[in-house]
Design a protein around this ligand. Structure first.
Ligand code: PHE
Length: 346
């Protein structure tokens, strides 16, 4: 009888030795069946009393070895499984809905600007740039704006440093890029300059201390006022439709002579009369003129050989008219709910 217990113990040892699993559930089965309260190891110890006295010591050692082997097996397989689980990449549930990516949209200023650039590039104008931080000479002096001109007043201009000569400021118009390009390039010059400009204005629905302009400049031999008019007519009809008419009203800018402001026939009501054109059927969109010969000379261009025209328009104004936006501040708040209304891609 006692002999059987020795045999059983040996079998258990062999079985434990051979046991292997990488599954938690199977390992738990193993633990219950060997080390549980009704398990095989317990059963083995229960046979202790049936073993002959002289072999009790030997049997005790054997039974303890079985228990230790089961425990050791349990622990080593447990750590093996844990190690494996650490390395297993959790595969996400591919049937879950994708996370939503909020897309932005193009700003009305960008939409309008891209159109303007497109229209002028078709007739050979290239985009140029100038700095937003500018000096007094490029922004004013070169452009015939004398020392005591009201445009230099502290109320209009943000000066950065008045102690240096020439003083530094935030450009008040993109015309400052005219003087830079004329100083650095030889005619023929055919550029448009988009950019941000700054004026010390009280912020309201109609005015802001920053806005955007597009400048145009064309310098070559024999450029006439007729060229200016034709170029602007082409622009207006590309921008607002083939039936658009333009009207040039005499005006004044220190750097152009003669100077004009351009109106386009109202693209909102087409002559029926509306709030935008204030029942006049005309909407002002830009300032322009022939570059004053003195400005050419200031920038090192021979005014007896070359002539040219320039124009400048406000981008916000054009977008506000087109989209019936009644508050310029909306264009600087970057509220997607507002911006999304204008981009046809959305
Ligand atoms: N710089 C002028 C303005 O800001 C616009 C302009 C540009 C006028 C070029 C004539 C020629 O109002």
């Amino acid at each position: 009888m006692s002999q059987d217990y020795f045999k059983t113990a040996q079998e258990l040892l062999d079985n434990i030795e051979q046991f292997h699993t990488d599954k938690r559930a199977e390992l738990e089965q193993f633990r219950i069946s060997y080390l549980g309260s009704k398990g095989k190891v317990k059963g083995l110890f229960a046979g202790f009393k049936s073993v002959a006295n002289e072999r009790k010591r030997e049997f005790g050692q054997l039974a303890n070895a079985v228990k230790a082997a089961a425990e050791q097996k349990l622990n080593s397989l447990k750590s093996l499984i844990e190690e494996q689980e650490d390395q297993t990449i959790e595969i996400p549930d591919l049937s879950l809905p994708a996370s939503f990516n909020e897309l932005g949209s193009r700003h009305p200023n960008s939409i309008v600007l891209n159109e303007i650039i497109d229209i002028f590039s078709r007739i050979g104008f290239v985009v140029a740039e100038g700095p937003e931080m500018e000096d007094d000479w490029h922004n004013f002096t070169a452009l015939n704006t004398p020392e005591n001109h009201p445009a230099r007043d502290m109320q209009d201009t943000f000066y950065l440093d008045k102690k240096v000569n020439p003083a530094m400021l935030l450009r008040t118009h993109t015309s400052s890029a005219q003087s830079r390009v004329m100083k650095n390039q030889k005619p023929p010059i055919r550029i448009i300059v988009p950019g941000r400009v700054f004026r010390n204005e009280t912020i309201s629905a109609r005015a802001h201390c920053q806005f955007h302009q597009v400048e145009g400049l064309y310098i070559d031999e024999n450029v006439s006022f007729a060229d200016l008019k034709q170029t602007l007519l082409y622009f207006a009809q590309e921008m607002y439709g083939a039936n658009t008419k333009i009207r040039l009203r005499p005006s004044f800018f220190p750097f152009t002579e003669p100077s004009a402001e351009m109106d386009v026939s109202c693209f909102i009501c087409n002559g029926k009369g509306c709030n935008i054109c204030k029942y006049t059927n005309w909407v002002e969109i830009l300032g322009c003129g022939m570059v004053d010969p003195q400005v050419l000379e200031n920038c090192g261009i021979d005014s007896t050989k070359y002539s040219g025209f320039a124009f400048g328009m406000g981008i916000e104004r054009i977008g506000m008219l087109r989209y019936s936006i009644d508050d310029i501040r909306l264009l600087f708040e970057n509220d997607v709910r507002f911006l999304k209304q204008f981009d046809s891609a959305f």
